[in-house]
Design a protein around this ligand. Structure first.
Ligand code: FMN
Length: 378
């Protein structure tokens, strides 16, 4: 059964199509080794840069939770609350390139058949910064990384020429991708920001620059809520906060929408889906819309930091799905990838009810909730 989980994505063979995304689960050698022991097909290493990184004080990741009683979304622990999303304002890895290079080498030596993608980030707009992208590329590929993920997507960098500010500018997307491709011997993926008008524009620019795959989503720009008692943001430093990034279940539907925009625009290209995945049912939506691999962050952080139960559920879910659909001749992800991509249409192309079935604005009961007795009698 394990062999049927294998996929080839941008020319790289994965034992299974599930990766830990670039984030705290992949910020150390120890975590990555544990992740491979747990069964992940690949990891995207926490983004590596050349510039100094100093994070704000305090916890790096917080979790929004909500309850059925009041639908209030809060980071405060409350009985009966369920996960809504993660929130963070962490920067990229605060470990320098020299720290990462021997570790990537050791990780690949320990797990040669597992995939290590190195996420990298530098600035843009000057030749010096483009050279920094190339320095990073050469270093991680010489260390044995199987691929590169260009981070054009972190929503809260402390420099204007970095992260999602590149991902919002199609010119920069093209130029930086081209600079990386100029020196890379391994596949180059670009991770795009969802904070843009039309992600297809930036995806097209990256493909023009030579990218081998698009990755989406990074976290969505967002704020913690203001506590109604103290009137302070639930996370703040000296009373101040900046927008950070939201991940987890809350972003899944939005991330799926971006995925299908891209897979419809470029049906023959490669895509890696991220956002709100914790078991196979969510990963399946990404596959059915055309993604070839799926990445996970929030769910893994909440599961012993590297997601041993999450990867077990993902693999078991894929096995069971293939088993259930064996009569259709499906033996791998490739057999059902993209099967629902063309079911997403413009609203104007969706059939309207005809004849007596349509009551327009004259429905006996208006609104979205189930009708109650009082309203029915009125
Ligand atoms: C604390 C934290 C740090 C992150 N750091 C990075 C990063 O360095 N580079 C990157 O590309 N994405 C980073 N991400 C984004 C995740 O890789 C992922 O795209 C996002 O969390 C959505 O996936 P999820 O819904 O599974 O959490 C970070 C996310 C979190 C929560």
């Amino acid at each position: 059964m394990a062999a049927r989980r294998a996929v080839t994505f941008t020319g790289i063979r994965f034992e299974n199509p599930f990766l830990l995304s670039s984030a705290p689960p992949t910020e150390s050698e120890n975590n990555i080794l544990r992740a491979f022991e747990a069964g992940w097909g690949g990891v995207v290493v926490k983004t590596i840069g050349l510039h100094p990184v100093v994070n704000v004080v305090g916890a790096k990741t917080k979790f929004f939770r909500t309850t059925p009683d009041d639908n209030h979304v809060s980071m405060k622990k409350r009985a009966g609350a369920a996960l809504h999303g993660s929130w963070n304002w962490e920067l990229i890895s605060d470990k320098p390139l020299d720290w990462w290079v021997p570790r990537i080498r050791r990780i690949k030596a320990a797990f040669p058949t597992r995939v290590v993608i190195a996420s990298i980030m530098a600035g843009s707009g000057t030749d010096k910064e483009l050279k920094a992208w190339q320095t990073l590329t050469r270093a991680v590929q010489d260390a044995g990384a199987d691929g590169i993920e260009c981070n054009f997507s972190c929503p809260h960098m402390d420099r204007k020429d970095m992260g999602s500010n590149i991902g919002k500018d199609e010119g920069l997307c093209s130029v930086v991708t081209e600079a990386v491709k100029e020196v890379s011997r391994i596949p180059v993926w670009t991770k795009l920001t969802p904070a843009t008008q039309d992600i297809v524009v930036e995806a097209a620019a990256c493909f023009r620059g030579g990218a081998d795959a698009m990755v989406s989503s990074n976290t969505f720009p967002s704020l913690p809520l203001i506590d109604p008692e103290s009137l302070e943001f639930e996370i703040n430093v000296d009373g101040f906060v900046s927008t950070g990034g939201m991940g987890g279940p809350a972003i899944l539907p939005m991330s799926l929408a971006n995925m299908v925009r891209m897979t419809q625009a470029f049906p023959d290209r490669s895509f890696s889906g991220i956002g709100g995945v914790s078991d196979f049912s969510q990963a399946l939506s990404y596959f059915l819309l055309g993604a070839g691999t799926v990445q996970v962050c929030t769910a893994a952080m909440l599961d012993a930091a590297v997601g041993p139960n999450v990867i077990r559920r993902l693999n078991a879910g894929l096995d069971a799905f293939l088993e259930r659909n064996a009569d259709k001749g499906w033996t791998s992800v490739e057999d059902f990838r993209g099967l629902r991509r063309d079911r997403v249409k413009l609203q104007s192309q969706i059939r309207r009810p005809d004849g007596d079935g349509y009551a327009g604005g004259y429905e006996p009961v208006e609104g979205y909730a189930a009708p109650d007795e009082v309203a029915l009698k009125a």
